[in-house]
Design a protein around this ligand. Structure first.
Ligand SMILES: [Zn+2]
Length: 84
């Protein structure tokens, strides 16, 4: 599995929707690839932020955070956070 594949499968992984063998590959890649571990952590943090921001606005917390929202938050973090 490549980093690109891992990122493509991330939604399924988080949803627990993967075949066991794909999941095993995924976790094997995570063990050897710090970059993807960071990415996964950021992804999870983003979901937490997205849910928190829904709560702030008094909306019902959705079970599924819309993917475009996740991407928007990730993009904002890349621009604001890294600084290089
Ligand atoms: Zn990777």
């Amino acid at each position: 599995m490549t980093c690109r594949e891992l990122i493509e499968f991330l939604d399924e992984y988080e949803a627990g929707a993967q075949q066991p063998e794909v999941r095993a590959e995924f976790e094997r890649h995570l063990r050897v690839c710090p970059q993807c571990r960071d990415y996964l952590k950021t992804y999870r943090d983003t979901l937490v932020l997205a849910r928190a921001s829904c709560e702030e606005h008094g909306d019902r917390v959705p079970d599924e955070v819309p993917e475009d929202l996740v991407r928007a938050v990730l993009a904002a973090q890349r621009e604001g956070g890294a600084g290089h």
